[in-house]
Write a protein that binds this ligand. Structure first.
Ligand code: NAP
Length: 542
């Protein structure tokens, strides 16, 4: 960046990670004429869409908005083939975007960031990488992903299991041949929901070990014709406008729906649910009624509808009962979207085992044993056990701010604290994209806003001749209080009781903190805009 001392750092910013966040940030930096280098541990870009290659992996947000919005050229040239693109299509999209935006030269693949340290005297970050080098920059950007660090179950004997073992979030790139094998899947979240129907088609037998049943929407994937693609393209401008005004950054038709479940006659309510159930995906929740997230009675009407759908699909009564969530409201855990998930339990080669009633006691060389002594034998163990959401990446990659304190230790000591999910006091010149306390919603659009905010802040610093910026204590406290207050008004707060990653409660032994802002993506975007137009009053510029 021009205007700094002769011993200028190597780059204006170093960015860790080349998924949606890292690429959005790099693009925003280049647009502002700021220099940046991205380090990506994988041999290709895509982040989560590089690692999650398990059969069935695809988005559960619709393709036409689960993508970059900042470039007309990308929107004009790229044709989505399906409503929910598969993982290989997402990989192709990332490669296309990178070439189209000319960003490849600024990304160093296959390079793990081992640590990042702030030096107060030179006011710069030093990043140590797996190639043995050190690189410096004025700013550090974490684009490490919110669901990137796999969570392994703390069940004794995992190492003793002698068959193949794979975490869905680290699936082998070459694939796994399940033909003729007995497969055990631990977990019943979004990854398991997508994987099960594919595993059941290939494998000899599949046992799914479920602790907590999930409310699963039917995704209803379909191809996108060229005519539909043309129509989408023609409506892009209006669509992004609608999306930015939406609570979840999704361009849904009737959202808000301007009606309440509790004030709608039962027959009418049923008709609305049935219609949206056929439409598929998150629309069932977001386009039906406005009180589902805040009113337990309203929420129960949707939960009850969903349980009845499970009862209609799953033929075996006991299995259907086990699959019906009853102990928590819809959206206390992040609900998955599935394609043939419940149907898979009607196959003779699929069995559901309830490991809440009879928990897994230990893995054995041949499979697993439950507390009651029941033995389950399998050749391949699939851990669909999720991620250390938001904070896991900082456990793996130490980011040390003022006084050499690592961010993960700071949060462990004080609870997760941020300003707008992107800056942390004690960590000057540091921004997170996809950090804790960002809004729950369409992630690519949300991280784009954060990238613009971060670059805006850097430019403001340059204009003021400042080489150190840091969020002030009051702004951070006010944001954390708001995140907390808003959470208490919604049913998402029950996530703590059911091991939701929304609060980090899915990680055994971890103190919980509120990790998502449920006050709306639209409200968040407004705050980002205001911060920029007011000259970033939350920051001290030195
Ligand atoms: P998850 O939703 O956290 O589910 C993990 C599953 O593993 C849960 O069923 C959990 O049970 C179970 N589990 C964990 N430890 C266990 C243990 N020791 N014993 C028994 N069961 C155990 O993880 P995920 O399915 O990977 O999904 C995580 C998030 O990634 C999703 O919510 C979504 O945001 C994202 N994702 C998105 C897509 C998509 O867009 N299509 C696909 C996959 C994932 P409990 O519930 O009882 O804790």
């Amino acid at each position: 960046m021009s205007g700094y001392a002769a011993s200028a750092p190597d780059f204006d910013a170093l960015i860790i990670g080349a998924g949606f966040s890292g690429i959005a940030m790099l693009h925003a930096m280049r647009q502002a004429n700021l220099s940046a280098r991205v380090f990506e541990s994988a041999p290709a870009v895509g982040g989560t869409w590089y690692w999650n290659t398990y059969p069935g992996a695809r988005t559960d947000s619709e393709s036409w908005y689960y993508c970059f919005s900042f470039s007309k050229a990308l929107l004009e040239k790229w044709n989505w083939t399906e409503r929910y693109p598969s993982q290989p299509e997402m990989r192709r999209y990332f490669d296309f975007a990178l070439d189209e935006l000319g960003l490849r030269p600024h990304i160093q693949l296959g390079t793990d960031v081992e640590s990042a340290d702030w030096d107060e005297s030179s006011r710069r970050w030093t990043v140590r990488t797996s190639d043995g080098k050190q690189t410096t920059a004025r700013y550090l950007i974490s684009a490490m992903g919110l669901l990137s660090e796999p969570l392994y179950p703390s069940v004794p004997g995992l190492e003793r299991f002698e068959g193949e073992r794979h975490h869905t979030g680290r699936w082998p790139q070459g694939g796994v041949d399940l033909t003729g094998k007995r497969v055990g899947i631990l977990g019943a979240g979004a990854s398991a929901v997508q994987f099960l129907p594919h595993a059941a088609e290939q494998a000899d037998h599949v046992t799914l070990f479920q602790r907590t049943p999930n409310y699963v929407f039917p995704a209803r994937n379909r191809p996108i014709s060229e005519a539909q693609q043309r129509e989408l393209r023609a409506g892009y401008d209006t669509m992004w406008e609608k999306l930015r005004a939406n609570l979840f950054a999704m361009p849904f038709e009737g959202s808000p729906a301007n009606r309440l479940a509790t004030q709608t006659p039962a027959a009418e309510r049923e008709r609305i649910y049935a219609k949206l159930w056929e439409t598929g995906g998150f629309r069932f929740f977001f386009e039906s009624f406005d009180d589902l997230l805040v009113d337990a009675q309203a929420n129960e009407t949707a939960a009850d509808f969903m349980r009845r759908q499970i009862g209609e699909v799953v033929k075996d009564h006991a299995t259907a009962q086990m699959l019906m969530p009853r102990d928590y409201p819809l959206f206390a855990k992040r609900p998955p979207s599935g394609q043939g998930y419940f149907e898979a339990f009607n196959r003779p080669n699929v069995r559901l085992v309830d490991v809440k009633r009879d928990p897994v006691a230990a893995f054995e060389p041949w499979g697993l044993r439950t507390r009651s002594g029941e033995q389950h034998r399998f050749d391949v163990l699939v851990l669909a056990t999720g991620f250390k959401a938001f904070t896991g990446a900082f456990e793996r990659t130490p980011v040390r701010g003022r006084g050499g304190v690592s961010l993960i230790d700071h949060w462990r000591r004080n609870g997760v604290r941020t300003w707008l999910g992107c800056a942390v006091r004690g960590f000057p010149n540091f921004f997170m994209l996809g950090g804790p306390q960002i809004p729950f919603g369409n992630a690519p659009t949300i991280v784009e806003h954060v990238s613009e905010l971060a670059v805006g802040c850097m430019l403001a610093a340059r204009r003021r001749g400042a080489d150190l910026i840091e969020v002030d204590e009051r702004a951070e406290r006010e944001w954390c209080d708001l995140v907390d207050q808003v959470m208490q008004t919604t049913l998402v707060r029950h996530g703590d009781e059911v091991g939701s990653w929304f609060t980090g409660a899915n990680v055994e032994g971890q103190a919980t903190s509120i990790m998502v802002y449920v006050g709306g993506a639209n409200d968040y975007f407004r705050r980002c805009r205001e911060a920029a137009s007011d000259g970033f009053p939350a920051f001290a510029f030195r």
